[in-house]
Design a protein around this ligand. Structure first.
Ligand code: TRP
Ligand code: ZN
Length: 888
């Protein structure tokens, strides 16, 4: 029994955890002392837990229960007395000690195997370095522990390892002791004074090098900043470091939040399941979210690094100082922190463009999740595997909920609520209600109905109707709301939906809003609470044009019967930048849906002249805001077009968008060419926002120009590819060449690019993605070939995302091939990953669960593959997703 490795998880019968069953922990941990003897194949972890009974726990005789997975127990002692096998019981992943005193020290010694750990949870090796990932439940793969977020303790961590192989030894908090040992070994001891849950524990050991700096906090303390990377990446750290300092300053200025420890470290690792992790004082990052150099990374990558660095930093308060009571409350930290990082990015860049991009993701991917078998509320009420709930719903819709609160309260009150929250709950593990209660207290608003946003799944549909009464000079707006049923939630209640709006006059002027004798200025936020509600606006000389849901003030689908002329007008005139863009998207959608219908009814394809004319107008003269213009020149994605239908016609949508792009590019060719040349300044690269905006507009024009297949356009792309001094331009040009109909130039360019960048795994990720997103029928064969490429590995999540994720997510019509080969290929990979990395397998399977709106033929093909996966001995992760999908 002692020697057995406990619970290899794939065979455990999956158990459902319910929010309603929450009980506080029976024991608290007063402090933790950890000792690591690091060896790749047999690391020994000794843990001393200072335990005491939790006085609020209902049963004063309750046994102690600890969690553990894949641990080989070497010894266990209670108050330094070794326990025999009769002294404890291990069942599945639980270790039980009955009849223990109220206060005692439990010492366990276990052996683990980091080298074998391909799940990348717990302690594992990445490129020969030790690192950890403990959120959500990875700490139980390191040692026996009450591995739940409401058990907080100060940690002391001693790390011992071979000094040559692992010269750098890091953990949370401050280093307090270090020294050399016999046989070329050394040790470092770290102390983290802030009580924290085990999911925030981190350890790193390896041959790493640091870029160092300092930051002086608002109250005058000096903080050491360190970014640890492999030696060859030292030149890629400047941007992350600058972003970190900006984020620290911003959180002081905007939320009054200061950093608390003396040191803040970031470590870049190549094998990582997600983007990054906010471990206290020792963030661990996917190298793709920290490394950035203009030669090898795009402007988009620079933006991602800035926002992820900020996100993890902001967690120090929203997540670490105040944490979650249980994992159902995940959005308490993630929704709030995403909102904070979006505010930060909006302050660093263009607020309208940031909003457009965030909403773009929400409206395609999160809305699709809401309409799928895996739909769930922002606060789920049950789960089998918590890793399955790090979703767009919890993160992005969760952020929208916090944004709505900030709009309902106004910034000043919201900030007061935030201050109250951090002050009242500092050092505690709390709930969504605790957060919302602070917002209610400082504002006097009743937020009871608002709380439904956390518990009710699905995307509400708001239908708006306007009625102008010329005799009375009034305009009445009627809003109806309805949320469609989702799995397990048949009946929905009306939500409190903030609708920010204005009225636009015939000359484009904002009209004063007067309702019930109240003057509301030219913009207001309507509180839609009922299933149906009306507002009458007075003193309107002419029929107004409504601009509704400005800035996307709520995560809903809003329908209003706009004419094309209305939309073309709003596209040019709406004072709200987001709504200008949205008017353009609505106009384009009408045109695209018409092209879909034309194919289904066997008519000729004709693109709406109003759309062409509107784009023509956008291109006239000198652009005022090149970045915004680049956004306005994007047609809705195939995924977003699909969102508009109950029954999706994959091929018709692809053809419609393709045809629209070609037609627009042909009609606007001279203007696109003029703009391309104007913004293709032959200046050396600069990080400056204006320069980045110029690159974005120029490359948008180029990608449109090449769809016309003229030699001229292809030559421009070739020239840009050959002469680019930065990855933004090089990658954009390569994509144009590879995605062009005839791939001759593309093949040569790909080979050249691979020779140039073979040494850089992050750039090779791009090289993979560009090929698998090629919109031509050979895409699937390319994916198959690339899976055999020496630079590809099933053990590296970034590579899986670059090849399989990009193919299934961004090459819709090829993934959905009628012969089902796309589905089969994905299912093969999922089955392979089931045993290697369950967390990644469970994400990769998602496209196979999105069959609800497909034709019966494809639906059957998809379900066939799900059935095939279901027959395997599944990890709890995949089991939960696949059974949900098959029972929908
Ligand atoms: N908390 C991390 C974040 O800020 C998410 C995360 C990183 C994570 N790695 C993980 C979640 C592994 C689950 C498993 O977004
Ligand atoms: Zn986060």
């Amino acid at each position: 029994m002692n020697q057995a490795v406990s619970n290899t998880s794939p065979n455990a019968s999956p158990q459902t955890i319910y929010l309603k069953d929450y009980l506080p922990p029976a024991f608290l941990v007063k402090k933790v002392e950890l000792d690591f003897r690091l060896e790749p194949q047999n690391t020994v972890v000794t843990s001393r837990l200072y335990l005491s009974r939790n006085p609020v726990y209902p049963d004063p005789q309750a046994p102690l229960e600890l969690k553990g997975q894949e641990l080989k127990l070497l010894s266990i002692k209670l108050d330094d007395q070794p326990l025999g096998e009769e002294g404890y019981a291990i069942q599945a992943d639980t270790l039980k000690l009955a009849g223990v005193p109220d206060n005692f020290v439990l010492e366990t010694q276990v052996e683990i195997n980091p080298e074998n750990n391909t799940a990348l949870e717990g302690l594992y090796l990445s490129s020969g370095n030790f690192c950890t990932q403990c959120e959500a439940e990875g700490f139980r793969r390191i040692t026996w522990y009450p591995d739940r977020p409401d058990v907080l303790a100060p940690f002391t961590t001693r790390i011992e390892a071979d000094k040559t192989q692992f010269p750098v030894l890091l953990s949370n908090g401050n280093p307090t002791e270090k020294g050399d040992l016999d046989q070329g070994r050394h040790y470092v001891t770290w102390e983290d004074p802030f009580p924290k849950p085990s999911y925030l524990f981190a350890l790193v050991a390896g041959d790493l090098h640091a870029v160092k700096d300092t930051f002086n906090t608002a109250s005058g303390r000096q903080v050491a900043l360190e970014i640890w990377v492999e030696k060859e990446n030292l030149h890629k750290c400047d941007h992350a470091l600058a972003s970190l300092k900006n984020a620290m300053r911003w959180d002081e200025a905007t939320y009054g939040r200061e950093y608390d420890l003396d040191i803040y470290m970031i470590v870049a690792v190549n094998d990582f399941n997600m983007g990054a992790m906010e471990n206290k004082g020792l963030n661990i990052f996917n190298s793709a979210c920290v490394l950035a150099d203009p030669k090898s990374e795009t402007d988009a990558a620079f933006h991602r690094v800035e926002s992820v660095v900020a996100h993890e930093y902001f967690h120090n308060w929203s997540g670490n100082r105040v944490t979650c009571r249980d994992w159902f409350q995940l959005s308490l930290k993630e929704g709030f922190t995403v909102f904070r990082d979006q505010q930060f990015s909006a302050d660093q860049h263009s607020p309208a463009v940031e909003r457009i991009q965030n909403v773009g993701l929400l409206r395609t991917a999160q809305f699709a999740e809401d309409a799928s078998p895996t739909a769930h509320p922002v606060r789920p009420d049950s789960y089998i595997e918590i890793n399955n709930f790090y979703t767009l719903t919890v993160y992005e819709k969760g952020s929208e909920i916090v944004r709505m609160l900030s709009e309902l309260l106004g910034w000043d009150a919201f900030r007061k609520g935030s201050d109250l929250y951090f002050e009242r709950f500092d050092g505690q593990a709390v709930t969504v209600e605790d957060f919302v209660q602070c917002m209610a207290e400082v504002s006097g608003l009743n937020l009871d109905q608002f709380l439904l946003w956390y518990s009710q799944a699905g995307t509400p549909r708001v239908t708006a109707k306007g009625d102008y009464n010329a005799a009375e000079k009034t305009w009445t707006l009627t809003l109806k709301q309805e949320t469609p049923p989702t799995p397990g939630q048949a009946d929905k209640q009306p939500l409190l939906i903030p609708i920010k709006m204005g009225l636009v006059g015939p000359g484009g002027q904002p009209l004063p809003l007067e309702v019930d004798g109240q003057h509301l200025g030219v913009e207001t936020v309507l509180h839609l609470k009922e299933a149906e509600q009306s507002w009458t606006f007075h003193h309107l000389e002419d029929e107004p044009l409504p601009s509704l849901l400005r800035g996307f003030s709520a995560p809903v689908k809003l329908d209003y019967d706009y004419s094309r002329q209305d939309l073309a007008f709003l596209l040019q005139q709406d004072p709200d930048g987001f709504n200008r863009w949205d008017a353009g998207q609505r106009l384009a959608l009408q045109a695209l849906q018409e092209l879909v219908a034309a194919q289904q009814e066997g008519r000729d394809l004709v693109l709406d002249a109003e759309l062409i004319a509107s784009w023509q107008k956008l291109l006239e003269g000198e652009p005022e805001d090149p970045q915004m213009l680049a956004e306005l020149l994007q047609l809705p994605s195939e995924a977003y077009i699909a969102e508009q239908y109950d029954q999706v016609d994959i091929d018709a949508i692809h053809t419609a968008r393709d045809y629209a792009r070609k037609t627009l590019a042909t009609a606007l060719y001279p203007d696109l060419l003029r703009l391309y040349k104007a913004f293709n300044q032959q200046k050396p690269w600069s990080a400056d926002a204006k320069e980045a905006a110029a690159r974005r507009l120029k490359n948008t024009c180029l990608s449109l120009l090449v769809v016309t297949d003229t030699d001229e356009a292809l030559q421009l792309a070739e020239k840009q590819f050959q002469h680019a001094d930065n990855m933004t331009d090089q990658q954009a040009a390569l994509t144009c060449l590879v995605h062009a109909q005839e791939a001759n130039q593309g093949e040569a360019a790909l080979a050249q690019f691979a020779r140039q960048w073979a040494h850089d795994p992050l750039v090779m990720d791009t090289w993979f993605s560009i090929q698998v997103t090629r919109p031509h029928p050979d895409a699937l064969q390319r994916v198959q070939a690339l899976l055999e490429h020496p630079a590809f590995s099933m053990k590296n999540p970034n590579k899986i995302r670059a090849v399989l994720g990009a193919f299934a997510g961004q090459n819709r019509h090829n993934f959905h091939r009628r012969d089902g080969a796309g589905y089969q290929l994905l299912a093969d990979a999922v089955i392979q990953l089931n045993s290697l990395n369950p967390q990644i397998a469970s994400r990769l399977v998602l496209p196979l669960t999105r069959f609800q709106k497909l034709d019966d033929y494809r639906k059957d093909k998809m379900k066939e593959q799900l059935e095939r996966i279901h027959k395997q001995d599944l990890s709890p992760d995949l089991y939960e997703m696949v059974t949900k999908a098959l029972s929908a």
